[in-house]
Design a protein around this ligand. Structure first.
Ligand code: A3D
Length: 320
C-alpha cells in the first residue's frame, strides 16, 4: 500500500518540527509548503538527510507551489505569524485571516479529500474561517489546541503529584485563549478525579488553582521565555497525535476545536470540545455534562470565540 501523504502548510518552527516528527514516526511522505523560498526546501532536505542515521524511509519535499500538495491525506496548517511578547493570540486575527484565505483556496483546489488540522492562531476563529474558505466538510477540518493545553495541564499535574505523565489524564475545553476551561472534575490520576485528590491531601485547592492558572497562561509563559516566537515542540507533537489518530483509525478521544452543532448546547460553531478522531475525521463530539460553575466558564469562553468570529466577519463579509 502506498504511504500516506502529509502536507504541512507553513514550514516555520512548528512546520519543521511536524515534518521531523512525521519522519521519525514514519507516518508517511511529507510535503512542506511555505511562501518563503528556500525554507521548506532546506528543511525537507535536512530531515531527509537524517533518515539514514535515524533509520526511517520516506520522501520529503519542500515547495512553494500548492500543486505539490495534490492528493494529500492530511494537511496541517501553521501558515501565518506567531505572537511576540506582550501580544495576545487575538492580535494576530487580521493578518492570519488573510493567510487562511489563501491556504483554504490552495487546499480546496489540490487536496479536497484531506483531513485538515489547523494550528494557526487565534485558533478557534482561524479553523472556522479555514473550513469556510476550503469548503471541506466540517468533520474533516479541525483545530489543534485542547491536546496541547491538556498536555500542559498533565505535565504540571504529574510534576505536582510526582507520578508518571502517562497516568494523568486531563481535559481542557473551550476556546484556545485566556478563557480556556481546564476541567478539574474530568481530570484524573489513575482514574482518581482531581477534587478527590485534594480531599485525600495529595495537594491543596490553592496549588490546584495555581496549576490551572499556569495552564491558562502556558502559551504566554513560553513566549515570554523565547522572546522571538511561540511554543513549537509541544504544539507539533499534539497535532501529530491527532494526525496519527486519523491515519491509523485509532478512535482517540481528544479535546479539539471541532464544529459543534447540537452537542453541549451549541449551535453551529467551532470551539474546544471532547471529540473522537478516527478514519472518518471527527467521528463524534462527546456531549459531556458540566456543573453550573463549569458551564459558566465554558459559556464565557464560547462568547470570547463568538466575538473573534464576528471580528472575522467584519473583516471579510463573504464569511457567513
Ligand atoms: P513561524 O515559525 O513564524 O512559521 C510560520 C510560517 O508561515 C513561516 O515560515 C511563514 O513564512 C509561513 N507563512 C506566512 N504566510 C504564509 C502563507 N500565506 N502561506 C504559507 N505559509 C505562510 O510560526 P510558528 O510555526 O511558530 O507558529 C505558527 C502558528 O501557530 C502561529 O499562528 C502561532 O500563533 C500558532 N500556534 C498555535 C498554537 C496552538 O496551540 C493553537 C500553539 C503555538 C503556535
Amino acid at each position: 500500500m502506498a504511504r500516506p501523504k502529509i502536507a504541512l502548510i507553513g514550514a516555520g518552527q512548528i512546520g519543521g518540527t511536524l515534518a521531523h516528527l512525521a519522519a521519525i514516526k514514519e507516518l508517511g511522505d511529507v510535503v512542506l509548503f511555505d511562501i518563503a523560498e528556500g525554507i521548506p526546501q532546506g528543511k525537507a532536505l535536512d530531515i531527509a538527510e537524517s533518515g539514514p542515521a535515524e533509520g526511517f524511509d520516506g520522501s520529503f519535499k519542500g515547495t512553494n507551489d500548492y500543486a505539490d500538495i495534490a492528493g494529500a491525506d492530511v494537511c496541517i496548517v501553521t501558515a501565518g505569524v506567531p505572537r511576540k511578547p506582550g501580544m495576545s493570540r487575538d492580535d494576530l486575527l487580521g493578518i492570519n485571516l488573510k493567510v487562511m484565505k489563501s491556504v483554504g483556496e490552495g487546499i480546496k483546489a489540490h487536496a479536497p479529500d484531506a483531513f485538515v488540522i489547523c494550528i494557526t492562531n487565534p485558533l478557534d476563529a482561524m479553523v472556522w474561517a479555514l473550513q469556510q474558505y476550503a469548503g471541506l466538510p466540517a468533520n474533516k477540518v479541525v483545530g489543534m489546541a485542547g491536546v496541547l493545553d491538556s498536555a500542559r495541564f498533565r505535565h504540571f499535574l504529574a510534576t505536582e503529584f510526582n507520578v508518571s505523565m502517562r497516568d494523568v489524564t486531563a481535559f481542557v475545553l473551550g476556546g484556545h485563549g485566556d478563557t480556556m476551561v481546564p476541567l478539574a472534575r474530568y481530570s484524573t490520576v489513575g482514574g482518581i478525579p482531581l477534587p478527590d485528590l485534594v480531599e485525600m491531601g495529595w495537594t491543596t485547592q490553592e496549588s490546584l488553582d495555581a496549576i490551572i492558572q499556569r495552564t491558562r497562561d502556558g502559551g504566554a509563559e513560553i513566549v515570554g521565555l523565547l522572546k522571538t516566537g511561540s511554543a513549537f515542540y509541544a504544539p507539533a507533537t499534539s497535532a501529530i497525535e491527532m494526525a496519527e489518530a486519523y491515519l491509523r483509525d485509532q478512535k482517540r478521544l481528544l479535546p479539539c476545536a471541532a464544529y459543534v452543532d447540537g452537542a453541549l448546547g451549541l449551535e453551529g460553531m467551532y470551539v474546544g470540545v471532547p471529540t473522537i478522531i478516527g478514519a472518518g475525521g471527527i467521528e463524534r463530539v462527546v456531549d459531556i455534562k458540566m456543573n453550573a460553575d463549569e458551564q459558566a466558564m465554558f459559556d464565557k469562553s464560547v462568547d470570547a470565540v463568538k466575538g473573534l468570529v464576528d471580528a472575522c466577519k467584519g473583516i471579510d463579509p463573504t464569511l457567513a
